[in-house]
Design a protein around this ligand. Structure first.
Ligand code: PBG
Length: 337
């Protein structure tokens, strides 16, 4: 009766029809059955630009990320491309003296962004250069659209965005990425690009962009926080998923070439829903706050940075993203090499 203690744990073998663990017995088996694979080719590296030369300004809440002057940004982009990262997304940080209510600086052919795009396309013609279309880096109000009193005026913003997109295309941008969330901007920008002869310049639409507190560190990086109010009348309510599909379908109908969900990890359900709803490539943006959280926990020794970085990116891809904008692009590409 009282035999060895093991008997109290039950019989030696159970008659189990399914044993999922068999497929996990060794790394080679696990590789064979792996459903999602992350590669450097999935990554887009968002980069902040500052004027000058030889300038590198670290961003406090984003350890490892800097504003680079164009010459140093080129070297970073060169390293990213060499690691297999196919694209960068550029965000210029302008001094307040260049900002006004109508984002005039955004169409300066010799502006910081335009000069940087030309430099990158000349030195690294194979690297895809994506430029952001929204007023906030150029606006004295810090909003993505034109401000009149307490209103963000949709239809007054559209021509400003169109001119901005054409100026970016003239500089050599491969894709423009409207992140402003005005209604009708994708169609308006498509028409403006075509009329200017840029039929080959694509639109990566921030289609489902939520009004998220996870953008905090980015606004520090660009010093682009709204001077008054918030972005709730144009960015989406985090509570809504069906509305994301409506936004995405509109952007597809208006001519988007790719659609984006933003932020990433807190919105995996939205990424999955968008993936199921459209045939276009889907991008996701692992935003500044997502990056900052992982970095901060790793600095405290509470999380293993590299593992959590790769797991978070894999999760975003598993949810349905074809590509991911991430500040971890360089680190992830190095880990994956
Ligand atoms: C602005 C823009 C934002 C981000 C990308 N483009 C900030 C905002 O909408 O306030 C956020 C990116 C990030 O947090 O990493 N049009």
């Amino acid at each position: 009766m009282m035999k060895e203690p093991a008997s109290s744990l039950g019989p030696i073998t159970y008659d189990l029809p399914d044993r999922p663990r068999r497929n996990r017995r060794c790394e080679s088996l696990r590789r064979l059955v792996r459903e999602t694979v992350l590669t450097p080719g999935d990554l887009i590296y968002p980069m902040f630009i500052t004027d000058g030369s030889g300038v590198q300004i670290p961003i406090g809440s984003m350890p490892g990320i800097c504003r680079w002057s164009p010459d140093l940004l080129l070297e970073q982009a060169r390293a990213a491309y060499a690691l297999g990262i196919p694209a960068v997304a550029l965000f210029p940080a302008l001094s307040d003296t260049l900002k006004d209510r109508v984002a005039s600086a955004s169409v300066d052919a010799d502006g910081l962004l335009q000069r940087t795009v030309r430099l990158l396309k000349r030195e690294l013609p194979g690297l895809v250069v994506i430029t952001d279309v929204a007023m906030d880096p150029y606006s004295s109000d810090g909003h993505d659209g034109y401000v009149d009193g307490d209103q963000i005026v949709n239809d007054k913003t559209l021509p400003i965005l169109c001119a901005m997109a054409v100026s970016q295309a003239e500089a050599g941008a491969d894709m423009v990425a409207p992140s402003d969330m005005m209604d009708g901007r994708v169609g308006a920008i498509r028409t403006a690009l075509d009329e200017a002869g840029f039929t080959g310049v694509g639109i990566l639409s921030y289609a489902a962009k939520y009004c998220s507190a996870f953008y905090g560190p980015f606004r520090e990086a660009l010093d682009s926080a709204p001077r008054g109010g918030d972005k709730k009348t144009y960015q989406m309510d985090p509570a809504n998923r069906r509305e994301a599909l409506r936004e995405v379908r509109l952007d597809v109908a208006e001519g988007a070439d790719m659609v984006m969900v933003k932020p990433g990890l807190p919105y995996l359900d939205v990424i999955a829903a968008v993936r199921a709803a459209v045939d276009l490539p889907v991008a996701a943006y692992q935003v500044s706050g997502e990056y900052a959280m992982i970095k901060a926990a790793a600095e405290k020794g509470w999380l293993d940075e590299s593992s959590v970085m790769l797991e978070s990116l894999l999760a975003i891809k598993r949810a349905g993203a074809d590509m991911i904008l991430t500040y971890f692009a360089m680190d992830a590409a190095r880990s994956l090499a």
